[in-house]
Write a protein that binds this ligand. Structure first.
Ligand code: ADX
Length: 179
């Protein structure tokens, strides 16, 4: 049985979690584990900060859990900034080594748009220097080069974005004979 990992990457406030939740609603017949950066950081990655080392540790932990789920033919949705290309490639390899399918979804909302939305009020704090090492402001985000899906949240609703991911997932599942 093939396992699937749908990995959302993108800036804070880009819409990763919102689209992931919408996607979950569209897959009522499949048992799915969601690993959301904000949630993981309150449990598995509690105490980690936002240095490159800590972010990599966080992502590799999430990747480890995802690959364990994959090993048993499960489906997992990850939503984490995961700003470093090399680290994303490492988790892709972890999943693929366990014969899973890795679907990287880049939620490509621009920094300007994320600042404009500033849902959690964190960009204002990052811009004033109150929060350090903030992705896009004082810390890097390395854009994906080979993401399976690129999402533009300014052109489409969360519903439509989730639909696009669903179409891709269903196409791959058909390929493997999963219905
Ligand atoms: S990651 O870089 O390690 O992948 P992750 O997705 O787990 O990040 O957590 C990001 C969330 O932590 C953001 O959505 C935001 O709510 C919060 N956060 C707090 N401080 C920072 C920071 N310095 N940079 C980015 N996100 C931060």
């Amino acid at each position: 049985m093939v396992g699937y990992c749908i990995w959302f990457t993108g800036l804070s406030g880009s819409g990763k979690s919102t689209i992931a939740e919408k996607l979950l609603e569209k897959l009522p017949n499949i048992s799915i584990t969601i690993l959301d950066g904000d949630v993981v950081r309150t449990h598995l990655s509690k105490g980690l900060g936002f240095s490159k080392e800590d972010r990599d540790t966080n992502i590799l932990r999430i990747g480890f859990v995802a690959s364990e789920i994959i090993k048993h033919g499960g489906t997992v949705i990850v939503a984490a900034i995961s700003p470093y290309l090399e680290t994303r490639n490492k988790v892709r390899a972890m999943v693929e080594d366990n014969h899973g399918v890795f679907i990287e979804v880049w939620v490509a909302t621009s920094l300007e748009e994320c600042i404009k939305r500033d849902v959690k009020g964190l960009y204002a704090k990052a811009l004033s220097g109150e929060i350090k090492e903030f992705t896009g402001i004082s810390d890097p985000y390395e854009e994906p080069k080979d993401a399976e899906i690129v999402i533009f949240t300014t052109d489409f609703s969360p519903e439509e974005c989730a639909e696009k991911v669903l179409d891709c997932l269903n196409a791959v599942r058909n390929l493997f004979g999963d219905t």
